[in-house]
Design a protein around this ligand. Structure first.
Ligand code: SF4
Length: 272
């Protein structure tokens, strides 16, 4: 079995740091998360520090990760942790799932990687491995119950980290390296013949929508600009790359304001 990849969140059991890393990893590759994660937890080492920080500062630090709604949700989650849990990230599944931006996967990842609970977080990589291993497509509930049942008692951290790396490096969406796979003796599919069971599973990875020309790109341009300096409201469309489409720019700006990611005061668009 290849060794686990060396990643900074694997050197900590601090529940806040684990939560921060898991939120960052939700839609961003690990290599892009590493420097931002390190800066973020250095600046805001616990929920109380994060909750007290202005959202604008957090968004500045979030640059490079994309999907800034996650940053706002993390800020809101920090406030809930301070207000309802005395500043300590909870160790109860339902309480974790009640935090803004925290779903079943992230909640279980915190339980497994910070609190050492015997649960199996199922991300897209783990879902793929589980369905190939089972030799059949798995729905969400079936994958979750298999993931939970597979965890060797008391070894949740090592097991789940290994499952994630297996899916990221050996049993990937594009190829399988079954010859060096540690579970090949128990795997029902082993690379075929026959259709890949992972393709029809609930957690199958879907092709990402095109970025060029997307709303995501336009929003990202504006956010990058306001992190550097306020932008005149009359320049917003051009900053988004939508000088010819003021209606779309205005709708995107309205959405960003409604999400609390930017404000417009006295004709200037700026960070909250
Ligand atoms: S044996 Fe092959 S298909 Fe099965 S889990 Fe390992 S890499 Fe994936």
């Amino acid at each position: 079995m290849p060794r686990l990849r060396d990643l900074p969140w694997r050197a900590t059991r601090d529940p806040w740091h684990v939560l921060v890393s898991e939120v960052m990893l939700q839609q961003t590759q690990a290599r892009r998360v590493v420097p931002v994660f390190e800066r973020f937890v250095r600046a805001w080492p616990d929920p109380a520090a994060c909750a007290a920080a202005p959202l604008g500062e957090l968004l500045s630090a979030w640059q490079g990760l994309g999907y800034p709604r996650r940053c706002r949700n993390l800020h809101e989650a920090a406030k809930v942790v301070v207000e309802r849990h005395g500043g300590a990230v909870p160790a109860v599944l339902e309480e974790l799932e009640a935090l803004p931006g925290v779903g079943g996967y992230t909640a279980r990842a915190v339980l497994a990687f910070a609190h050492g609970r015997d649960v199996g977080p199922v991300d897209v990589n783990v879902s793929r491995v589980l369905s190939r291993w089972a030799g059949e497509p798995l729905g969400r509930a079936a994958a979750q119950s298999r993931a939970d049942a597979a965890v060797p008692q008391g070894r949740s951290w090592e097991w789940n980290q290994s499952m994630m790396d297996l899916g990221a490096t050996v049993c990937t969406a594009r190829a399988t390296r079954c010859g060096e796979c540690p579970v090949r003796a128990h795997c029902a599919w082993r690379g075929g013949p026959g259709d890949d069971p992972a393709a029809a599973s609930a957690g199958a990875s879907r092709a990402q929508a095109r970025f060029e020309g997307s709303n995501r790109q336009a929003r990202g341009r504006l956010l990058r600009a306001v992190v550097a300096a306020p932008v005149r409201d009359t320049d917003v469309a051009a900053t988004m790359g939508l000088a010819d489409d003021a209606t779309r720019a205005s709708a995107l700006l309205a959405a960003l304001r409604a999400e609390g990611l930017v404000t417009v005061v006295d004709g200037w668009c700026r960070l909250p």
